[in-house]
Design a protein around this ligand. Sequence first.
Ligand code: UD1
Ligand code: MG
Length: 451
Amino acid sequence: MSRPTLAVILAAGEGTRMKSSLSKVLHAVAGRPMLAHVLASVRAAGIGDAAVVVGPGREDVAEVARKSFPGCSVFTQAERKGTGHAVLAAREALEGRKDVIVLYADTPLVQSRSIQALKAALEEGAHVAVLGFHTANPTGYGRLVIEDGALARIVEEKDATADQKVIGFCNGGLMALRGETSLSLLDAIGNANAKGEYYLTDAAEIAHGRGLKAVARPIAEEEVQGVNDRAQLAAAEAVMQTRLRTAAMKEGVTLVAPDTVFFSYDTVIGNDVVVEPNCWFGPGVIIESGAVIHAFSHLEGARVASGASVGPFARLRPGADLGRDVKVGNFVEIKAAQVEEGAKISHLSYIGDARVGAEANIGAGTITCNYDGYLKHRTDIGAGAFIGSNSALVAPVKVGDNANVGAGSVITRDVAGDALAVARGRQIEIAGWAKNYRAAKKAEKAAKAKR
Ligand code: UD1
Ligand code: MG
């Protein structure tokens, strides 16, 4: 009995053209590292075993691999000698497999149905299968040479003759190998080529030469766009965003100006949500049905319940949890705070490490002073409380249910429920003072001018 299908993900490329201290495959697309996108597609294709090949000392890449695909094995390619060499770094995981699917970690847009199409090609009798795309600009890609419907060989750009260079049918980079012949094909790959590398792509010609079936299945160019530099990273981001926006709109979300709204791979957004222009959704955001996100809002790690309204110009940071019908208005920042049903924080506030009880009203300019320079402290505001404008609530502090805080207060002690707390200079009034003051000052100025 053979072991189940294995996905091998090649992630040993540092990507010098990225000019980055971060490994190329850890650069994010829609808030998630490219490597994690590829692993997610592998999982979605129903493949349960994965081997990730990383460069020497790349514990950071290994960690992302293990986190995104628990149970995957990680292998190190000691020297970068080509994609064929990289696959063999995972030799012990390859042994005795039903099938092997090789993917590149710098190709984050690949979808599970394409991985399944490759597997299907093996089930239909192929020993080697690749995904090919037609393009007007094939430069840099391996060219697929098709003879009598079979994939005779793949010629890399640097090794291609002038005749081969005009071939517009290119290798998308994914390859499926039938388990029983996979190791023998991979072991037969040599490095007699322009780059002196062991090319995985040579497996096609070797199979064809042995009379084993090699095939190319079609795929859209967009799906196999590789990322080797920052411009290509931005291009991949654009494709991913288009997918996420389209999916949201299909689910009944109104995007007034879709091109200006940016989602993360995991954004959860209910139907009848309206998102106005220029909004950003970082990882971990859940927006329930019927909420409205007004223009220029920035959200990450936040939940917004039904009927709530956010922005314009609001910032929800991780742990912001807005209950039903909550209103968070312009220039309000919320972090690690539960804002309960119907509460209103309409303008110019910072609420951090706090609870705001149901139906409470937080006046403009209210700040929770949650940080003493060393530690964070909590503020608890009871249901129905009314916090007057421009108040500072110095945590740790509690304001009881239905209490009022006078505008401009600096609250340093707990306030009992139903009480009024005012903590500011008491107002005094001196009759005629302003009139006398003006007269005195006018005289002083006139005397000075005469001198
Ligand atoms: C490769 C294919 C080419 C295909 C193109 C699609 C080969 C020889 N060529 O070319 O036919 O059209 O992808 O994008 O496979 N890697 C390692 N170790 C190595 C070399 C590469 O792990 O020693 C990894 C890289 O991190 C990368 C992937 O393999 O994720 C592909 O390598 P890259 O050098 O980008 O190959 P291309 O020249 O793009
Ligand atoms: Mg590449």
